[in-house]
Design a protein around this ligand. Structure first.
Ligand SMILES: [Zn+2]
Length: 337
């Protein structure tokens, strides 16, 4: 009796302590591309060399878990401290070319959240296409290379775009103006419906006189590559919508279509259930979370900063966005979260 009473007291103390002392919990890291892209303004890349460095320090300082293992521990109320989960958003082909061999070398599991709409096409994401059109030659110029090029020929002309019925203009005469235009147009495109976004991109392609075909190293994985990357179980696939919309900016029925269709397509391609979801831009509200739950996902990742603890909402798991940091810098930053 005494012993049982004591263990009950201990349990009570542990529960009390957990509610007073904030738990550190597990970390989910969010990567996008493993590639050398120093001119990319959205900083969505980590070079293969830095990624290897980061994996080396991560395996030394943390216990790597798969998202499936973390989901299980979360359900049991046993989320470990000092655990790390690697995730990639969007489904870029370099995840297969460059990330997979390094994940295999370090034995670190990962989950790739795939935007299904661009799989099997030569198109780029709109942020990459904007970069190619508006900044393409300019940023190279900054590194001391030629300033001439496709967009260089149009110096002096104003770029005019009709966005949701309103005509806007940008000067593209120097690096600064182009970067400003890039960011402004990007932010105008992000909340648009996919077809509205496409209408603006079409105007841009006409203005620059280029096709929608993108750069080969900016494409997403093909279906064959998705099958290959997840074949041996080290890498798992999750869904990330069809068109990468800001889900909070579109009506619930369209949100449902984006969420459910991406799951169904991936399941058809892979021949197995797709259990995880990541919100594009980490953007979701109560309705979005409900729709993700109803679609049959088990956990969903946001971009809110923090650790995963036993009290975390499985449909709003926090993540940490990783940049091209040195290994020690990554560990230092993780200590500051
Ligand atoms: Zn994304």
């Amino acid at each position: 009796m005494r012993l049982r009473g004591l263990s009950r007291l201990r349990k009570l103390w542990r529960r009390l302590r957990r509610s007073i002392v904030p738990q550190r919990g597990a970390i989910i890291l969010c990567y996008h591309r493993i590639a050398d892209l120093p001119q990319s303004p959205r900083r969505l890349w980590v070079s293969p060399q830095r990624f290897a460095e980061q994996l080396e320090v991560l395996t030394r300082n943390f216990v790597p878990l798969s998202l499936a293992e973390l989901a299980e521990r979360l359900q049991e109320g046993k989320v470990p401290d000092k655990a790390v989960v690697i995730t990639f958003d969007d489904g870029y082909a370099d995840n297969f070319w460059s990330a997979l061999p390094l994940l295999e070398r370090f034995g670190v599991p990962a989950t790739v959240f795939v935007t299904t709409g661009l799989v099997g096409t030569e198109r780029e994401f709109y942020w990459d296409e904007l970069e190619r059109l508006i900044l393409g030659e300019t940023v190279k110029g900054r590194n001391g290379e030629t300033e001439k090029g496709r967009s260089g020929n149009l110096i002096g002309q104003e770029l005019r775009l009709e966005i949701r019925g309103r005509v806007r203009q940008w000067k593209l005469t120097n690096d600064e103006e182009r970067l400003k235009a890039y960011h402004e147009i990007h932010d105008l495109l992000t909340p648009l419906l996919p077809e509205q976004r496409e209408a603006v991109l079409q105007q841009l392609r006409l203005w620059f006189g280029v096709s929608e075909n993108g750069r080969p190293n900016y494409r997403l994985m093909t279906v064959e590559e998705l099958v290959a990357i997840s074949r041996d179980g080290l890498v798992d696939i999750g869904a990330h919508t069809v068109n990468h919309p800001d889900l909070t900016a579109i009506p619930p029925e369209q949100q449902r279509w984006e969420i459910e269709t991406s799951k169904r397509q991936l399941e058809e391609w892979l021949g197995r259930p797709v259990r995880w979801f990541a919100y594009p831009y980490g953007s979701g509200n109560f309705v979005t979370r409900q729709l993700v739950k109803e679609a049959g996902f088990e956990v969903a990742c946001s971009m809110s900063l923090g650790f995963v603890t036993n009290r975390s909402d499985p449909f709003w798991l926090p993540r940490i966005f990783v940049e091209n940091w040195e290994g020690d810098e990554l560990v230092r930053r993780l200590g500051q979260v």
